[in-house]
Ligand binder design. Sequence first.
Ligand code: SAM
Length: 247
Amino acid sequence: MAIEQQAADGFGGCCLSDSLFERYSWFYALCREHLFHDHTYDISHALWDGATPEDGTHVVELGCGPGFYACRFAEEFPQIRTTGVDLSHNLLTRARRRAARRNLANCTFYNADVHALPAAMEPVHDIVVSRLFLIVPNREDVLREIFRVLRPGGRCFIAEPVSAMRTQLPLSAMWLLAKITSFGRVPYIEPHKVKTMSAPEFEALLHTEPWESVKITRRGRYQFGVCTKPLTDQSSEARASAEITVA
Ligand SMILES: C[S@@+](CC[C@H](N)C(=O)[O-])C[C@H]1O[C@@H](n2cnc3c(N)ncnc32)[C@H](O)[C@@H]1O
């Protein structure tokens, strides 16, 4: 499908006109490009053990913003397809432009809410989530959706910052821009303070779903979770026996 055509498509036509990410998409795209860590290597090792993903693998980046990882993996592995999902039309426009500049025909972007992912997106082999849980109102619902749409044996890589102060900076800057440019009228839906997760909170969140295994690592300013969905349906007793590694 041509990238122009994809731009017109969406799963539910969601919109988020009162979002700071929508209003100041240019600012967030700059931060993503120049301020935040690039975890491509970690993701690739976690999801495919450093090998090449199989032909036809479908990788979904949730809350993709300007499409950093969706484009990166589509470019690095032309045999797979990637889908970026976000609520912000403006960030998705930037993501699509990024894909077009790189001539990526295997990279699609959709407007959808990560709390209710569309069935049309399935099957999903792997999911990448970066800096999303600090902003969504209901983390457990989002994780439930991730678990639901992943195919059996699929993996999810989650990267969440741990430093509230550093993570706060881009959000505070967007709020400041809003105050300056909205003349006191600041109707945006984002919280004023980001909610980073403590290590126990992160671990507790990941264990709200019956994964086959959960591997948690902490490095520098991030904590990472790699969750693998069981190959077959698991009962609630099996949830307790999931392999848990914290490094
Ligand atoms: C902090 S940014 C992270 C962007 C990107 N993953 C990164 O690593 O820079 C959060 C992104 O999630 C999107 N977002 C927030 N709530 C969402 C929701 N309910 N459904 C889909 N996307 C959402 C925002 O529009 C924004 O692009």
